[in-house]
Write a protein that binds this ligand. Sequence first.
Ligand code: CUA
Length: 344
Amino acid sequence: MNLARVSAILVVIFVVVSAWIIVTPLTGALPEATDHAQSIDFLFKFMLVASVAVFLIVQGFLLYFCLHYRRRKDEPEDALGSDIHGNTRLEIVWSVIPVIFLIVLTAMSFKVYVDIVAIPKQAYIINVQASQFQWECDHPKYGITEVGTCHMPLGEVTVRLHAHDVIHSFWVPEFRVKQDAVPGYPTEMHFKTIRVGQYRLICAEFCGVGHPEMYAKLFVMSQKDFAAWVKQQQQANSGSAPTTNLSFSKDIEPIFTAHCAACHIATHLANLDLGTYQGLLKGGNIVSGPIIKAGNHKGSVLWQITGTTGPYPGGNRMPLGGPYLSTAELAKITAWIDQGAKNN
Ligand code: CUA
């Protein structure tokens, strides 16, 4: 078999395999649910086809040369092969072609990257709070908070990520994009959802013993269904009205027990007077000022020190090392402070 025929066979194999790669949809097992998914899948297939070409050229000719230039029966065992040194034209060809390919690949990848980080003019904003080991999705536009589920409409969406304790990572395989949630460093991701459905929001960063359990159901809904869902949530919220007339013993004490009692003496709990906690200690920093400011929760040290975004007076953040309070718990504390922090 001569070189020309081997080359022809390799070209045929390349054409068949490439055609199979191009026509086989990745979307069978993993649908494309965002605009980024489409461009990333295209890039993936482009690289896969290029890899097939490189693989066939290298391995195909390697195999051919091994067979073609093997030692023949009538040759002595110590026979020397032909003595070849360099081939300038060939070396230029096999350097220039990969360089051109890499430049094209860089340009294509950069285009996709720019699209992923671009901030859309108008997007539906969701604040996502990641903590060990749950996802909480807040809808600031409607004042809705959900834990363990996350609903979003079709169209441009901006997800603002916050981590309460350690690094987590927001990953929906069907979206093809992923973003870390880092404590004290808010991050964002932008995408346009294009496919209605239910997906899994997975934590893709090892964050502790509960990491494999840290996922939420994510729903992409049509604008109409989403509006209906919002209405339903608002009606449900207005029915129970959880943030008015909070009682210390029923609403605040469980939060105190879960987050504060480890350091703050439990015997003070039954009849807690937060005013006696004037000197909050952490790493030697003493904070002075009103712990509770009725009617002005933002001026209260308690609110600042347990909040998700600070300020943290004197560099203190409570609880020491977490678990930090969820947005829902903070909302209760805020409402309680605003009521005048009564032991009612
Ligand atoms: Cu959160 Cu892994």
